[in-house]
Design a binder for this molecule. Structure first.
Ligand code: HEC
Length: 120
């Protein structure tokens, strides 16, 4: 019984270590966001650390999104604007090659929470 408890707490500890906390003031669940980024195939166009896929250069790499000042060269980079961009990029930049992908508000919040942890 003791061994089981020990194993369980070790697992919890390990799981905790692999997950980056959301940056201060950011809402949502970054780990859930990482999974949502994979499920919505954002990786088809963007390289995203922690989300596996091949080398692609359709959209730029999102590896340093947490450091970026602007999203799509237009909007100040903050969580609310990221959610807007992820849900409907065409509304912000009608010429962008990024399609609206039917992402729910909650998924977009979680995705942005993960993307904002990505810094060089
Ligand atoms: C069909 C290709 C494609 C898909 C799929 C795609 N994007 Fe994009 N994305 C682009 C292009 C093109 C741009 C605009 C130019 C750029 O940043 O390279 C862009 C821009 C962005 C930006 C702004 C980057 C910056 O630094 O300005 C973010 C954030 C982003 N995409 C997130 C996502 C997320 C999250 C998903 C999945 C829901 C996704 N993209 C799916 C092509 C795509």
């Amino acid at each position: 019984m003791r061994a089981v408890l020990l194993a369980a707490s070790l697992l919890a500890l390990l799981a905790g270590c692999s997950e980056k906390p959301a940056p201060a003031g950011v809402q949502g669940d970054p780990e859930r966001g990482r999974i949502a980024l994979a499920q919505h195939a954002c990786r088809a166009c963007h390289m995203i650390p922690g989300v596996t896929g091949s080398e692609v250069y359709v959209g730029r790499t999102l590896e340093d999104l947490g450091d970026r000042q602007y999203i799509g060269g237009k909007l100040p980079n903050n969580q609310a604007n990221l959610v807007r961009w992820i849900r409907d990029p065409q509304a912000i930049d009608p010429g962008t090659a990024m399609p609206a992908m039917g992402v729910s508000e909650r998924d977009a919040v979680d995705m942005s929470a993960y993307l904002l942890t990505l810094k060089k």
